[in-house]
Design a protein around this ligand. Structure first.
Ligand SMILES: O=C(O)CCC(=O)C(=O)O
Ligand SMILES: [Fe+2]
Length: 385
């Protein structure tokens, strides 16, 4: 069945990508929000969204669903800032970044209002009709996955994510946004850009502090990691994800497995919780995430390289859920595109250098060239073999 037959009457996102032969291709991706709204998936669940084979019991085929969600390590930023508790919390931070690569932060100092405004703006955007969303988000020229509805797509027959998303560049600010095709910030809700930029700016202070604490936790100079993030040229991308209730959560997936290419990712979630899974000790482990403005930090590939592999960039995915909707805001923090990063030899745990120096934009472009893949391969680009 062709895409058009299977999705008769549906709305589509157009996505361009470079295929395995280096050719520029354009394909159409059904808009999940519209499929759900128009009830187009009730009779049969579309093949393009089938990530898991059905089992005779109807259960999801991995063993993970029999495991209860697990709370990842939680780092209390206030404790990192207090002389009395700092030492112990630094040890917990190092442990969390090494063993998990994903950890929650609490008492981060971001005001409820900053988080609340960001959540309202995201809900407001996805609450618009498809035509309104499309009309008020600009287009983005390049083929990487910026803009509304852009996804990791590398082939026509690839499994698609059960989600709708919007990705924007928050920094560095480009004075020629219009001519460079960066005008992807929605104009509606009218305060969208302003509240997300406020969130980005306030969070950046928290992340910079964490980068210093991560270095100190390994007995490095406090600027050993932060030095790569030059304040004016560091890149910040923001992705907002909307995971709709899914009629077949046993078959579909919210986001296919991937690692983040970033230096560090900061995640805010709201709506339903317990959908994000990390591959830990070969088991997809669902992260229990309290509904209380805790944020989740993910070590990205670039950070794995800078830490010479001591910190791990986790392979992660998002499960589809039946009756609930979930939103997330992913904040990807990268060193400047043209800069070169390389492993800081961290002694003790890692005396042998196992990663090469790489130029950030080269790493990222290779990452997008090969993602998505069924295993964590992009990092091999920077591995000394
Ligand atoms: O929604 C989430 O929790 C994760 C999103 C994510 O992994 C991403 O946008 O890269
Ligand atoms: Fe991710």
């Amino acid at each position: 069945m062709s895409t058009d037959e299977e999705f008769h009457g549906a709305e589509f996102h157009e996505v361009s990508f470079i295929d395995q032969n280096g050719e520029l291709k354009t394909t159409k991706i059904p808009v999940v929000q519209e499929l759900a709204r128009q009830g187009l998936v009730n009779d049969h669940f579309p093949k393009k969204f089938i990530a898991f084979q059905p089992t005779t019991t109807g259960n999801h085929p991995t063993s993970v669903d029999t495991h209860l969600p697990v709370t990842p390590p939680t780092i209390d930023i206030a404790k990192l800032q207090s002389d009395v508790s700092r030492e112990l919390e630094l040890r917990r931070l190092a442990e969390a970044a090494k063993e998990w690569g994903s950890f929650l932060i609490t008492n981060h100092g971001l005001k409820d209002m900053v988080l609340g405004d960001a959540k309202d703006a995201i809900k407001g955007f996805f609450g618009l009709s498809f035509e309104e969303k499309k009309a008020n988000v600009g287009s983005y020229k390049s083929v990487d996955n910026m803009g509304y509805g852009k996804s990791f797509v590398k082939s026509e027959d690839q499994t698609l994510d059960w989600t709708d998303r919007l990705t924007m560049k928050a920094a560095p600010v480009d004075p020629d946004e219009a001519t460079n095709g960066l005008m992807v910030w929605p104009k509606n809700p009218t305060n969208f850009r302003q509240v997300i930029e406020t969130y980005v700016e306030k969070s950046r202070k928290v992340i910079d502090g964490l980068l210093q604490d991560l270095a100190v936790s390994l007995s490095l100079d406090e600027n050993a990691f932060l030095q790569y993030f030059e304040p004016k040229q560091s890149e910040i991308k923001v992705r907002v994800n909307y995971y709709l209730p899914c009629p077949r959560p046993d078959l579909a997936i919210g986001i296919l497995p991937h690692s983040d290419a970033s230096g560090l990712t900061l995640l805010l979630e709201f709506g339903a919780t317990s959908a994000l899974q990390v591959l830990k000790d070969k088991i997809w482990t669902t992260l229990q995430w309290p509904n209380d403005n805790s944020l989740l930090v993910n070590i990205g590939d670039l950070r794995e390289i800078i830490s010479n592999g001591v910190f791990k960039s986790r392979w992660h995915r998002v499960r589809a859920q039946a009756d609930v909707e979930r939103f997330s805001l992913a904040y990807f923090y990268n060193p400047p595109a043209k800069s070169e990063i390389g492993p800081e030899v961290v002694g003790g745990d890692s005396t042998k250098v196992t990663y090469k120096k790489v130029v950030v934009e080269d790493y990222v472009s290779n990452f997008y060239k090969i993602s998505p893949r069924p295993s964590k391969e992009a990092i091999m680009y920077a591995k000394i073999t």
